[in-house]
Every structure is written in structure tokens, then in C-alpha cells.
Design a protein. Structure first.
Length: 147
């Protein structure tokens, strides 16, 4: 059965205390890998040191282009018809971790509503994220069985 925890950031003294609370729950559940989606915050050293190269994120652009918030809107406002999706390892920077997978999405009509463009990108995000995580997990599974 899935577990749900709500840890409002404002209830903690600082980022490190918030991440320590998250880490305590992750340890309770024997977590060894984190897949972020919509976290929208830079991670600090508490989680990054505990899970080196074991935290991945999805981003709706072809990184390194259009980092941070509103990536799709940034691309459209620049008139860039070549959008895309990136899956990357998380590091201390803003969408700066090692790229694991990317997929281009060409949008022929940038004048369509932003919500329609976002829907196209998000569909590809969901597909690519699942495929990429399956590859990562099969690699972990294979390497663990040889120990």
C-alpha cells in the first residue's frame, strides 16, 4: 500500500532540517533510489550525499536549454520549435546534472495554446521517464545479482 507523507518546508528551521526529515522517512522505507517529478526545488547536501547518482529528475526541455521553471513557455517565447524532454541525474545545480536520456519534440505550430503544447510535451515526458527508469532499474537489478 502506498504511503503518503506531507512535510511542509515552512515547518522546518532550514533546508537541511527539512531534507533530514525526508531522509528519515526514506530510510524507514529502505529507499535506495529517488525519481523526482514536479519537486521544483534544488536539493541540498543532505539528500545528494546520501543518494549520489541515485536521484533522477525529468525536465520539459532539451537541456541545457531552458533550465528552471516554465521551460516550455521559455522555448515558445523564443520561437524555438524544437522542444523536448530530458531525464537527468540530480546534482546541486539547476537542471545541471548528467543527462541520461533526451527526446526531441518538434512543434510545428507555436501559435497554438500553450496548454496544447504542454500536453504534447508531458505525454512524451511520461513515456520517456518510464522507459528510462526501467532501463536504470534493470541495470541495478542485473549488477546486484552478480554481487
Amino acid at each position: 500500500m502506498p504511503c503518503r507523507y506531507v512535510l511542509p518546508r515552512e515547518e522546518y528551521a532550514d533546508k537541511a532540517a527539512h531534507e533530514q526529515a525526508i531522509l528519515n522517512i526514506l530510510r524507514q522505507h529502505k529507499t535506495d533510489f529517488i525519481a523526482l517529478a514536479g519537486y521544483m526545488r534544488l536539493l541540498g547536501t543532505v539528500l545528494l550525499r546520501t543518494f549520489p547518482q541515485k536521484i533522477v529528475n525529468i525536465h520539459p526541455s532539451l537541456l541545457p536549454k531552458y533550465k528552471g521553471l516554465n521551460a516550455i513557455e521559455q522555448a515558445v517565447s523564443q520561437g524555438d520549435p524544437e522542444l523536448g524532454v530530458t531525464i537527468h541525474y540530480v546534482d546541486a545545480g539547476m537542471d545541471s546534472g548528467e543527462i541520461i536520456a533526451q527526446q526531441k519534440v518538434y512543434i510545428a505550430d507555436l501559435s497554438q495554446p500553450l496548454t496544447a503544447i504542454e500536453a504534447q510535451i508531458h505525454r512524451i515526458e511520461h513515456e520517456l521517464y518510464i522507459q528510462t527508469l526501467q532501463k536504470i532499474f534493470s541495470t541495478f537489478s542485473h549488477s546486484s545479482s552478480q554481487l
